[in-house]
Ligand binder design. Structure first.
Ligand SMILES: [Zn+2]
Ligand SMILES: [Zn+2]
Length: 257
């Protein structure tokens, strides 16, 4: 099984209803947090998710709307009553440089974030690498045209359910191949139209990837405030007739086939 809870459907821009990037994935045998923005650590509590027993964190890249909550989360788990008895390891998966980033932050304030009640492991992954997140979840990475370290993730559950999370990315057709036939293709769609940068997607790009991938369902997230007041599913239908879901903070979706 794979169950998704959208914690943050927005960007780095402060927004009243869209917190910055974070998605909670329950894979039955374990839980994975996909990106960890600053607000994510409180969003987990707001959604009554078992953050104290979280198994793994995925860091897609080093922009602060994706990783800004990592050090604060580890500062929390170090001191929270809920994690005092925890002995199960927590693994942080991310691109090359993840450990250095965290160590620099740690040293800047002498926080001792690596000293936790439980083992903390950082595992860095190259593009096109397959790995096991935990027993019931396999993963593969893919380099995206956003920042040099940015990675998309393809997850496969034991029952064969597949979920692809692009995080931030520019357009490349190869991403559609990576997301082939996914049960859920969670894409960034920063902009509606006339995007100001090549390192993000606009609706037409996202729908082209949706069509080329043959994904069963598509969800659009990382929505800048220019999307406010736009019916995203309605607009998406003009480019692709498949099922498009607008990510909203608090949305829960069963991805299982
Ligand atoms: Zn971002
Ligand atoms: Zn970014």
């Amino acid at each position: 099984m794979l169950k998704l809870t959208v914690l943050g459907s927005g960007t780095s821009v402060p927004h009243p209803r869209r917190s910055s990037s974070a998605h909670w994935l329950d894979a039955g045998g374990g839980t994975l947090l996909l990106d960890i923005s600053g607000p994510a650590i409180h969003r987990m509590a707001q959604e009554a998710l078992d953050w104290a027993n979280l198994d793994a964190v995925w860091v897609s890249h080093f922009h602060l709307d994706h990783v800004g909550g990592l050090a604060p989360f580890l500062f929390g788990t170090k001191h929270a009553p809920q994690t005092r008895e925890r002995r199960k390891p927590l693994t942080v998966f991310g691109p090359r440089g993840t450990e250095k980033l965290l160590r620099r932050f740690d040293e800047a304030g002498d926080y001792k974030l690596f000293t936790q009640p439980f083992p903390l492991e950082v595992r860095e992954l190259a593009p096109r690498t397959e790995f096991e997140v935990f027993d019931s979840l396999r993963a593969e990475t893919f380099s995206t045209p956003h920042t040099s370290e940015s990675l998309a993730l393809r997850l496969t559950a034991t029952d064969g359910t597949t979920f692809v999370y692009t995080s931030d990315t520019g357009f490349t057709e190869a991403l559609a191949g990576f997301a082939r036939a996914a049960d859920l293709f969670l894409m960034e769609c920063s902009f509606f139209r006339s995007k100001p940068v090549r390192t993000h997607l606009e609706l037409e790009d996202a729908m082209r990837l949706a069509r080329l991938s043959g994904a069963r369902r598509v969800m659009l997230a990382h929505l800048y405030p220019e999307w406010d007041g736009v019916d995203i599913a309605d607009e998406a239908r003009k480019f692709w007739d498949g099922e498009v879901i607008e990510a909203r903070d608090g949305l829960r979706l069963d991805i299982t086939k």
